[in-house]
Design a protein around this ligand. Structure first.
Ligand code: HEC
Length: 190
């Protein structure tokens, strides 16, 4: 108990120290937790590795109707297994300093499967950057449904069902429609 409180405090201090130097805390398996603990914006989730003040900057860009550049430390997710993190300036010109991650998620936690810039391929064989680079420049590689990217084969209800069944989160009840969509997605038929 005491040691877990100590760990939490040390973690919070590391975040504060990194933020004050314009850097990021280390990004590892423990960085990524229940997707629904993040801040919801329309259909996706955001956070900032540098804490609440920095999150306000991420939120402002996510909510902007004209786009903008996401601040350092921004974390963006649509589904539990795929993440974009805005790294320090100069990290990668090709990806506008985004790092792409594909994760394995389980009740025990997260493990990073692949991470990087131009060569991260998801489990369906798609290269993250190839798709996300098609977003019009003002959207900083964020696709949503109207920014110019090729669509993914997930409807908003499927996405919602996938978010609700993140195995790292406490269980919640699906609507009948979400359950049916999820079943179809898993190849369960009717
Ligand atoms: C086939 C093209 C394609 C591939 C490959 C792809 N994405 Fe996406 N991604 C999209 C589209 C389109 C959306 C928006 C979907 C929606 O909102 O309905 C999206 C949404 C996202 C979002 C939420 C923010 C946004 O851009 O709308 C993140 C984060 C994300 N993808 C990360 C990744 C990562 C990481 C990878 C690789 C591991 C990846 N994506 C691979 C097309 C793709």
């Amino acid at each position: 108990m005491v040691s877990s409180i100590r760990r939490l405090l040390l973690g919070a201090m590391a975040v504060a120290a990194a933020a004050s130097h314009g850097q990021l805390p280390p990004i590892d398996d423990g960085t990524f937790q229940c997707i629904r603990d993040m801040t919801s914006v329309r259909g996706f989730y955001i956070d900032n590795l540098n804490g609440a003040d920095a999150l306000a900057g991420t939120l402002a860009v996510a909510e902007s109707e004209t786009g903008g550049v996401y601040p350092v430390g921004s974390v963006v997710q649509l589904v539990p297994t795929e993440v974009m993190v805005k790294r320090e300036a100069g990290f990668s010109d090709a990806t506008h300093d985004w790092e792409f991650f594909e994760l394995d998620v389980a009740p025990e936690g997260t493990s990073i499967r692949v991470r990087g810039t131009t060569d991260v391929v998801n489990r369906f064989g798609g290269n993250c950057l190839d798709c996300h680079a098609k977003a019009k420049p003002e959207w900083d590689l964020i696709c949503e449904q109207t920014h110019g990217c090729d669509p993914i084969p997930l409807t908003p209800i499927m996405v919602k069902a996938i978010q609700k069944t993140d195995p790292r989160c406490p269980p919640v009840t699906l609507t009948d429609e979400e359950a049916a969509m999820l079943k179809a997605l898993m190849g369960g038929g009717s």
